[in-house]
Ligand binder design. Structure first.
Ligand code: TGC
Ligand code: FAD
Length: 387
């Protein structure tokens, strides 16, 4: 008898269209054949091979929920499912796709001029160019309104000064979307690699998201024409609207890391013998497996509901915050799965601790858990408790 996979108990497939199931299956096959065999090495050596961008592009994963400009134009649920399958491989893969599609490309798609869209979106969709999104600064993460990066007018040009921190794909990027304060409010700029005064420095010695490039962006009197400004973005709403897109993908993605951790724990428990019997036969193990399965399934059902709302054009940022806050359950699943593996669970041979370490970043970026609690608290009480 073949045991069902944890999500089979929820008959999740019955909630998906044929297209959605196909996109999930294709992504899963790609992860299993191309990424999974290499992830331990990439994680250990802290590498994210640049060539993967073209592979993701070929599969249509970059900006996949956007229309035109070489993008696949799928629905939101399909995008979410692809994120889930990628993150079952490693959060670094999903991070790459999130930043490229939902932050870099979406910022151009939503707020850019037609010329900017024509110039960048097809290349970014194909993975021929890589993008990044610089909002966070060394002293302003949760509170981007305090940003110190300044753009001042100089004749017809703009001159940018400041530092962005913790920027995914920063060191790989051909174009950076950089958010800066101006006399007229927050504005976004497209800064191509090689622009004089623009440099990046990769952050090393990370214990989390090692198969992902995280960088500092340094802007030292970077002169840009006004055509580099994203004309549609005129306040903090510009960057925050991009975050909605990326957070949505993360809601699904983190559950992929949880699913993979749980499957690894079940497989291990089936063959590991303790006190002369399989570990899977002990009640304490089964309690852990049942609890993890229930949390995983609840998370996927929440993600799907958010996906259906997004596809109906009815999702709100507070609803996305519910899903983003739920990342903590995926982290808990990965940690509990690790306990089932005992000492074996502390090596790279098994995925749960790698996933747990990655999910520490996922819990923090795109708005920390605390920020999302406060957003939900504000929605339900009407009282703003951020400041
Ligand atoms: P507040 O005064 O509330 O709003 C300022 C303006 O923004 C609008 N707005 C939104 N618009 C769209 N979507 C949202 N979710 C929005 N939230 C607010 C708002 O309507 C207003 O518009 P306007 O036109 O009236 O000016 O802003 P606040 O300063 O009080 O901040 C609120 C708060 C704390 C929720 C916000 O600052 C926040 O979300 N902080 C967290 C920062 C964050 O998430 N950073 C993420 C950086 S990117 C990243 O982490 C990438 S990781 C990628 C990866 O590798 O996968
Ligand atoms: P802080 O804002 O200093 O928060 C520290 C602690 O204080 C947190 O626990 C926080 O929840 C808590 N806190 C803050 N304010 C309050 C409050 N009002 N009430 C209660 N508690 C509070 N940013 C980008 O712009 N682009 C990227 O591509 C990007 N990629 C990233 C990749 C990685 C691997 C990581 C780790 C981060 C990335 N970030 C990126 C940055 C990320 O968005 C920030 O780390 C995050 O927003 C939190 O900011 P901070 O680290 O400055 O923490």
């Amino acid at each position: 008898v073949t045991a069902p996979a944890p999500l089979d108990l929820f008959a999740i497939d019955t909630l998906l269209s044929e297209d959605e199931r196909d996109i999930a299956a294709t992504t899963r096959d790609f992860v299993d054949s191309t990424l999974r065999p290499n992830i331990q090495g990439w994680f250990e050596s802290s590498t994210m091979p640049r060539e993967l961008a073209r592979e993701f592009g070929k599969l249509g994963l970059l900006g996949m929920h956007l229309e035109g400009y070489g993008c696949a134009g799928t629905n939101a649920v399909s995008y979410g499912l692809a994120c889930l399958e990628l993150e079952a491989g490693d959060s670094g893969f999903r991070s790459f796709v999130s930043v490229q599609g939902s932050l870099s490309m979406y910022s151009i798609y939503k707020w850019g001029s037609e010329e900017q869209k024509q110039e960048w979106l097809p290349k970014l969709a194909a993975g021929e160019a890589i993008g990044c999104f610089g909002l966070t600064e060394p002293d302003f993460g949760s509170n981007p309104a305090g940003m110190r990066t300044r753009a001042r007018r100089s004749g017809d040009d703009w001159v940018l000064n400041g530092t962005k921190m913790w920027i995914t794909n920063g060191g790989l990027a051909d174009v950076a979307t950089v958010w800066a304060q101006t006399d007229e409010g927050v504005r976004g700029f497209l800064v191509p690699r090689g622009t004089p005064g623009f440099t990046t420095r990769d952050i090393d010695r990370k214990l989390s998201l090692r198969a992902s490039v995280t960088s500092e962006l340094i802007l030292d009197d970077v002169r840009l024409p006004d055509s580099a400004r994203l004309p549609g973005a005129t306040s903090l709403r510009g960057p925050l609207s991009c975050l909605n897109e990326a957070r949505f993908g993360i809601v699904f993605g983190a559950l992929g890391a949880a699913r993979d951790s749980l499957e690894a724990a079940i497989a291990y428990a089936a063959t590991r013998e303790v006190f002369d019997r399989p570990l899977a036969g002990y009640q304490l193990t089964q309690e852990k497996i049942a609890d993890m399965t229930l949390e995983l399934g609840k998370g996927v059902l929440l993600a799907l509901q958010l996906g259906r709302l997004k596809d109906a054009g009815r999702i709100t940022p507070d609803q996305i915050s519910l899903g983003k806050l739920n990342v903590r359950e995926s982290l808990q699943i990965a940690r509990t799965a690790r306990t089932i593996l005992g000492a074996s669970g502390i090596t790279l041979e098994y995925s749960p601790l790698r996933h747990a370490n990655n999910l520490e970043s996922v819990l923090t970026y795109e708005g920390t858990s605390e920020m999302h609690m406060l957003s939900i608290g504000k929605a339900l009480t009407g009282i703003q408790a951020f400041r």
